[in-house]
Ligand binder design. Structure first.
Ligand SMILES: Cc1cc2nc3c(=O)[nH]c(=O)nc-3n(C[C@H](O)[C@H](O)[C@H](O)COP(=O)(O)OP(=O)(O)OC[C@H]3O[C@@H](n4cnc5c(N)ncnc54)[C@H](O)[C@@H]3O)c2cc1C
Length: 368
């Protein structure tokens, strides 16, 4: 019997397994398909900064603790797996086109008041950093500590590190049912038979609510489709991430540029649509006109696990002592994966979590 059984082998499930194995606990990770093929693969890998000393909200606290963990986490993962996940802090530019000069002032104030380096920029300064930006920049600022990770490589590194740490990895093994008696999970039902463990972690992304529903009062988790376009251009016109609110261009440093993303409430539908792809191509052309000559390499879509309020669900499922929920990370699951794994590890090892989990409790309610 394993110390812990983790349902879902995306970035959250694999990170939890690796963290627990580093503390000597035996784990099994089950995924209904191959590992790391869903939202975690589809994401852009952007890692916004934070400062734990001055973080005020639950969201800021979680983000800032993860920000601090990323360098050590990546280095340890490289040592354990032999794979470089491409983590780097190469800054991000937030820009607006054809708006008002003060459009980003509130955001700049917010970053600075939470102790995060943020530099407001005049149009000429933004253009000095990114000479290929299109016309009509009305507001801009720089986040020097913004990072990124090559998420498909990161997933490979986690998978390899887990394998080397003797984590039992079971792809193609859906959990059909979580059985509970007297306030404890007794086993899970899978096509390979019943499996039992001391602790259970639900890290099943957009599918988590479905899985937990039979236990009663599940956390509200719904898929939110995000479409992506991958362009390549040699040499590349961009040096750093360019954000326009929730849409962005992410240069990978090898001539490839990710353009994302849509936010679509369409259920478990992972198709690309003509409208979605067209919108992203138009965005790319507006932000960097030279990209209209880039090669269109690939398109894809992923299902973000959206929660009721944008914050993840982290903690024990009320009424079930040995079941921890780690899901609903929405747009930030890659960014928040190290701190999520550390916090789940602390809960399982009986250590007081370093971040107050009240704001993330799985039974907080909302309506559809
Ligand atoms: C287009 C897009 C861009 C994004 N960009 C970023 C970004 O820049 N930065 C960032 O931090 N985040 C980003 N995200 C969000 C991030 O990708 C997610 O928050 C994160 O990947 C969630 O990880 P997860 O492990 O919970 O879910 P997933 O990666 O979806 O993994 C869940 C796993 O559970 C498995 N599963 C489900 N049900 C069962 C079951 N019953 N039995 C067994 N296995 C099961 C699934 O097969 C899946 O492999 C982006 C997402 C998208 C779609």
């Amino acid at each position: 019997m394993h110390d812990c059984l983790i349902i879902g082998g995306g970035v959250i499930g694999l990170s939890v397994a690796w963290e627990l194995s580093r503390h000597g606990l035996s784990c099994a990770v089950l995924d209904q398909q191959a590992f790391g093929q869903e939202s975690s693969w589809a994401g852009a890998g952007m890692l916004p900064p934070g400062n734990p000393q001055q973080a005020e909200t639950s969201d800021e606290r979680l983000r800032s603790h993860s920000h601090v963990l990323w360098p050590e986490w990546s280095a340890a993962l490289r040592d354990a797996s032999g794979i470089d996940n491409g983590f780097r802090r190469d800054s991000a530019l937030e820009v607006r086109f054809a708006g008002q000069p003060g459009d980003l002032d509130d955001e700049v104030r917010r970053w600075l008041s939470t102790g995060v380096a943020c530099q407001p920029l005049a149009e000429s300064e933004a253009r000095e950093l990114e000479p290929e930006l299109g016309p009509g920049i009305s507001a801009a600022y720089l986040l020097p500590e913004h990072g990124q990770v090559r998420n498909p490589r990161h997933l490979k590194a986690l998978h390899t590190a887990c394998g080397r740490a003797r984590v039992t990895l079971l792809p193609g093994t859906p959990v059909w049912e979580i059985a509970r008696r007297d306030g404890r999970v007794t086993h899970v039902e899978t096509p390979a038979g019943r499996m039992t463990a001391g602790h259970y972690v639900v890290a099943s992304g957009a599918w988590s609510e479905r899985l937990l529903a039979p236990l009663g009062n599940p956390p509200w988790v719904r898929p939110l489709r995000g479409q992506m376009v991958l362009l390549s251009q040699f040499p590349c016109s961009l040096a750093r991430v360019i954000n326009l609110g929730h849409r962005y261009l992410v240069p990978r440093g090898d001539g490839r540029v990710l353009v994302g993303s849509t936010e679509e409430d369409v259920g478990f539908d992972r198709r690309n649509t003509a409208e979605g792809v067209l919108g992203l191509l138009e965005l790319a052309r507006q932000v960097v006109p030279a990209l209209s000559q880039a090669t269109l390499e690939r398109t894809w879509a992923g299902l973000r696990p959206r929660s009721i309020d944008g914050l993840p669900y982290l903690g024990r499922l009320p009424g079930t002592d040995n079941l921890i929920v780690a899901t609903g990370h929405h747009r930030a699951g890659l960014q928040l994966s190290p701190i999520t794994a550390v916090l789940v590890g602390e809960l399982i090892r009986g250590i007081s979590p370093r971040v107050d989990l009240h704001g993330f409790r799985p039974d907080r309610v909302g309506s559809d």
